[in-house]
Design a binder for this molecule. Structure first.
Ligand code: SF4
Ligand code: ZN
Length: 323
């Protein structure tokens, strides 16, 4: 039986790059210290900030919510949870239930905004249209754009100065690979622990789990009792990311540290590319909705037009649920 490298108690988690098995208590301490270090090292929060934690109800966002709340008084910021209900039957309602339970336990106010209210259709309905049009765009592309758009507007209207997301090392490594495969240079430049895109209507995004491997977040959430049901979105099978994730996990098993090396490369490229003005064009303003855009029309308006949805600025009814 493996023993904790610090106290000799029964080990619960093997942290391979530390070459040290850790007991549950020492793993929790290690995990939380690194989280706090990220907040400080990258100046993710300042006293007086209002942080909207983009919470889906999955283990990463529950962990982010839990730890953002835990350090809020020490660092002097406020926290609330913000969820997007895309309208994915058989999936989203289960994750939202888990989120409601955790938010209530933590005493954090929760706001839920839905695709149906914002765009006039659920993701399930949008996917029917995509199917009809031969899947020129995949469900995840539409879902991702609409979710980010909605989160930014809702967070801003609720007075948030930062949006914290639960993106972890695995997510970032996958996104980097996908950007390389698509030659998505501006996106490579923008992906970092603190978002670099600047626009008066864009709330700064922070990713405190940026360097944390997914399996460590899983271990932490299990130890802390942050339960989430093991249901998977039915549209994940359509995504390129699904393929990239499987490949990357195999690569990590055969060559440990592969994900860290990818992230290190991505940060180096990002820093080098951000010095060239061409790669990092400032964001402009969408001529239809007035939100941040990288061309004349923002991606959300482009998709709304493509799917035949109502256009123009969103009108949201933002009512929170007491934590
Ligand atoms: Fe949306 Fe794709 Fe995630 Fe499902 S898997 S919630 S469609 S981004
Ligand atoms: Zn727009």
């Amino acid at each position: 039986m493996a023993k904790c490298a610090f106290c000799g108690e029964r080990a619960a988690v093997q942290v391979s790059y530390l070459n040290a098995p850790l007991c549950a208590d020492h793993f929790v301490e290690f995990f939380e210290r690194r989280f706090l270090l990220m907040l400080r090292r990258y100046r993710m929060v300042e006293p007086g900030d209002v942080v909207a934690v983009a919470a889906s109800g999955g283990k990463d966002s529950l962990t982010t919510l839990y730890l953002m709340k835990k350090f809020s008084s020490e660092l002097g910021y406020e926290v609330f949870a913000l969820a997007v209900d895309e309208g994915i039957r058989g999936y989203r309602e289960h994750k939202l239930r888990a989120l409601r339970e955790v938010a209530a336990k933590l005493g954090v106010r929760l706001y839920v905004v839905s695709f149906e209210e914002a765009y006039g259709a659920t993701l399930d309905e949008m996917v029917e249209v995509l199917k009809h049009k031969g899947f020129e765009y995949k469900p995840c592309s539409v879902c991702g754009v609409f979710r980010r758009y909605l989160l930014n507007i809702a967070a801003r209207e609720l007075g948030a100065t930062k949006v914290a997301t639960g993106h972890n090392l695995d997510d970032e490594a996958q996104v980097f690979l996908m950007n390389v495969l698509r030659s998505g240079i501006p996106n490579i430049v923008r992906e970092s622990p603190v978002s670099l895109g600047k626009h008066p209507k864009l709330v700064t995004r922070i990713k405190p789990l940026f360097f944390v491997p997914e399996k460590e977040t899983l271990a932490y959430s299990l130890i802390k009792g942050l339960h989430t049901p093991f249901v998977e979105c039915p549209y994940v099978v359509y995504s390129v990311r699904h393929v990239v994730r499987r490949w990357l996990n195999r690569e990590e098993r055969e060559r440990p540290g592969a994900k860290y090396r990818l992230i290190a490369s991505s940060l180096i490229y990002s820093s080098l590319l951000s010095r060239t003005r061409k790669a990092f064009r400032p964001l402009s303003t969408c001529k239809v909705c007035g939100e941040p855009a990288s061309s004349e029309l923002c991606k959300a308006c482009e998709f709304r037009r493509y799917l035949g949805l109502r256009e123009g600025p969103l009108r949201l009814h933002l009512e929170g649920e007491e934590g």
